[in-house]
Unconditional design. Structure first.
Length: 253
């Protein structure tokens, strides 16, 4: 279900086939940039925390800092490039990988990454420290203590070792985001029962939850979803959820 591609036309058509029972509606709740918010919390990077606390567009802020232009003058292409760096950085993106993704030379991509890590020094420190910690311990942990062992980080093979480095950087972020979602699901399920809502969780897709609920109780269900998901964990930055509804899985997006 997670692999039905919404960007492809066929994926959209397939989603139209999934409909709630008569008298019910689907409610979709999607975490907004949860992995970057977790990264801001773990790294305690001042610039990233400022952006999320003050409701700034995080990709525009990154573009402003990387390209050295005022935030209100950031062009669409610059924002797209900064977005690729923002999301790529937590996966240990290489200059080659970024160059391919945004259509610039390897040299330019390397400069973007260097500029980014210079401006977001908290993230650079986190990345360096977590790799060293993984080498010493042999594992990394999510904020909830869920552990992943990384034998690859000590491999004699350079490519395998690089993979280990990327896993070390990414697991605490992606893993913590997954932990938060599981906690939110438990809390949503509990709240629906306690408030006697005629509804249930029907699907979890990455950072989003899909609920089926009676039309009469949809507003209560929306409140439960929002509150449980946004309060699943207290971070240094707010967790935010975007809600939508529809009479098919296709409609909620």
């Amino acid at each position: 279900m997670q692999n039905i591609r919404t960007r492809a036309e066929l994926g959209k058509q397939i989603r139209k086939a999934f409909k709630p029972a008569e008298g019910n509606v689907y409610i979709d709740a999607d975490y907004s940039q949860i992995e970057l918010r977790v990264l801001a919390h773990i790294s305690q990077d001042e610039n990233m925390i400022y952006a999320f606390k003050h409701g700034e567009d995080i990709h525009k802020q990154a573009a402003s800092k990387v390209f050295g232009v005022p935030i209100e003058e950031v062009k669409k292409e610059q924002r797209s490039s900064a977005k690729a760096v923002n999301f790529g950085i937590v996966y240990g993106i290489s200059d080659f990988g970024l160059a391919n993704q945004i259509g610039v030379s390897n040299k330019e991509a390397k400069e973007y990454i260097n500029q980014y890590l210079e401006k977001y020094s908290g993230i650079k420190h986190f990345m360096d420290d977590i790799v060293e910690s993984a080498k010493a311990k042999g594992y990394v942990e999510t904020l909830f203590g869920r552990r992943r062992y990384i034998p690859e980080i000590k491999s004699n093979n350079y490519m395998v070792r690089q993979f280990g480095n990327r896993v070390a950087m990414n697991t605490p972020i992606q893993g913590t985001a997954a932990d938060i979602m599981k906690i939110a699901m438990i809390n949503v399920n509990k709240a629906l029962k306690e408030q006697k809502i005629n509804g249930k969780i029907v699907l979890q897709i990455h950072d989003e939850l899909l609920l089926e609920v009676s039309k009469e109780q949809k507003e209560q269900a929306k409140q439960i979803l929002k509150e449980c998901m946004e309060n699943a964990m207290k971070l240094s930055v707010p967790l935010e959820v975007e809600l939508s509804e529809g009479t098919s899985w296709y409609e909620v997006k």
